[in-house]
Ligand binder design. Sequence first.
Ligand code: GLN
Length: 193
Amino acid sequence: MVKRIGVLALQGDFAEHKKAIQGVGAEAVEVRLPHQLTGLDGLIIPGGESTTLRKLADMYGLMEPLRAFAQKHPTWGTCAGAIMLAKEVMGQAAHLGVMDISVQRNAFGRQIDSFVTTLHIEGESYEAVFIRAPLIVAVGAGVEILATLDDGRIVAAQQGHLLATSFHPELTDDLGFHRRFLKMIERYDYAQP
Ligand code: GLN
């Protein structure tokens, strides 16, 4: 069965995620309204601007449905999306608050400080683009650190069916991280009673 992966399409680089989802052989579904979450196997919350994402999610009545979805189904937040998932956002109120990570917004400086690097996770290399990215400053007990920069700063973490990355894999031709998320979804489905 082809997996159906939603992309929150309120703001930010959802089109690139859509392309990457299709690139790994899954169906991509744009989500703008609560009912569009029905029947999805997983969801990606893209990068963009978390404050704007939050405002739009409030306007469209999406906050509760998104929270309920992420509590039960594989959900991946990239950059601003990771901020949306975090239980703690330094210096401000949290948004969905479903993942036991603490994030610091704009931790790498301004747009001009954007950079691309290669990350290594379990023997695989992934190309990663950082744009005004958040840093995962702390993780809870049930959270696995997937990737750090050379200096040890955390940039990817997983808590069961939840995935957070500081960076944007969708802005490269490297589909590795989307493949990884698809595998997460397949494993999660298999584990359901
Ligand atoms: N700086 C943005 C925020 O705090 C995130 C940037 C991004 O998603 N590329 O929401």
